[in-house]
Design a protein around this ligand. Structure first.
Ligand code: SIN
Ligand code: CO
Length: 374
């Protein structure tokens, strides 16, 4: 509890949520007093050159921005000349256990809202320019210093034709220089600009806010495999019509009644959300174990060592249902609390009393590469 209060600058979670979350920025000096970062700039560049990593390089020269997307190779980081530059790597928590541990500190926000941990490195002057995000974000400073400028301006006009979303007229209202362990919370749409003062690494803990249009479209996709509409069109009472090209009212009435059979309830919506929000991003793949343990050996390992989610796994739950990486499972009454514990903490300790059906489900997840004995 004490750590959380330090993290939130002396506020309780309830106070932070009431007064700041989604409402206004909050600067927290020494949010994580001992934090110096989780990796150095070379390790981040190595990560940016990895195959299954999403990364960007942003350059600036004479007021013009450039943007490149991964895949990268080490040579891409060698010839910046006079250009200011920064590299930003998404999903660092999928590659670095310490990244996943860092995210656990932010578990006071539901996992369903969490996006990922992005880490950036920039030498002096580097940054992505003034912009706004539609995300909530905690910007935690690692090594070096970053000057953050923010504005609550409503003018969100962007520079036309720029490769990134850069605000045309950014009017700084407040600015601070953050050092290791300091943190800035920004609600969605708060304009900001981060400029590296020296060799600077920033850890962005990002939370997504899905657009309703996307949710509704994806819900219909989810529903299409689950609906049951009985019967078939029939017209034994067909009447002659003057214009054969016209869709007649009798046909329309019949089809309207058929389509009204498409129904959904709150459970369908919950299960859709669980699948949708735990669905891995398209570049994420899971590796099944090369030489998998037998189910009996896996159960022994479960008892002796406990189990831990793969760094890339997303696990959510709701009312007896478990959602892992876009798949849904109905859990038994005795299994649900354990599986929810695994979803909450990303691990189950050794020695837990695990019912048979639960062990079976965990074994299936193990074979899919979603989790592993510790
Ligand atoms: C960064 O440069 O590390 C942060 C990017 C952002 O402002 O979203
Ligand atoms: Co931003």
């Amino acid at each position: 509890m004490k750590t959380i209060q330090t993290l939130l600058g002396g506020l309780s979670v309830a106070e932070f949520l009431r007064d700041y979350w989604q409402k206004k920025p909050l600067l927290i000096r020494k949010a994580l007093p001992a934090f110096e970062g989780l990796l150095d700039s070379q390790q981040l560049i190595d990560l940016a050159c990895g195959e299954d990593v999403q990364a960007r390089i942003v350059t600036q020269h004479g007021g013009k921005f450039g943007l490149q997307h991964s895949p990268f190779e080490p040579g891409d980081f060698e010839h910046f000349g006079k250009k200011k530059w920064t590299v930003l790597v998404q999903g660092v928590n999928h590659h670095l256990p310490e990244g996943a541990e860092l995210l656990k500190l932010f578990s006071f926000i539901p996992h369903a809202r969490l996006d990922d941990l992005m880490v950036s490195y920039a030498p002096r002057g580097g940054g992505v320019g003034p912009h706004f995000d539609s995300y909530d974000v905690f910007l935690l400073q690692g090594a070096g210093h970053r000057r953050w400028q923010i504005s609550t301006q409503q003018d969100r006009t962007l520079i036309e034709g720029a490769p990134l979303r850069i605000l045309k007229d950014f009017r700084v209202e407040q600015e601070w220089v953050l050092e290791a362990g300091d943190m800035l919370y920004l609600p969605p749409h708060c304009a900001h600009n981060g400029i590296a003062e020296d060799d600077c690494m920033t850890y962005s803990i990002g939370f997504r806010t899905p657009a309703y249009q996307e949710l509704a479209e994806q819900f219909l996709v989810y529903l299409q495999d689950r609906i049951e509409v009985s019967g078939m069109y029939a017209d034994p009472d067909l009447k002659a019509q003057k214009h054969p090209s016209e869709i007649g009212p009798a046909m329309l009435d019949q089809v309207e009644q058929a389509i009204k059979q498409v129904r959904w309830d709150r459970e369908d919506i919950a299960n859709f959300l669980g699948c949708y929000l735990s669905e891995p991003k398209p570049h994420i793949f899971f590796d099944s174990p090369e030489r998998p343990l037998s189910e009996a050996k896996f159960r022994q390992a479960l008892q002796k060592q406990g189990v831990v989610l793969d760094l890339k796994s997303q696990m959510l739950c709701h009312a007896g249902w478990i959602f892992v990486n876009g798949e849904e499972f109905e859990a038994g009454k005795d299994d649900y609390p354990l599986l929810r514990q695994l979803a909450d903490e990303r691990e189950l300790p050794a020695g837990a009393d695990i019912p048979d059906a639960c062990a079976e489900l965990l074994y299936q997840c193990y074979l899919d590469g979603y989790l592993t004995p510790r």
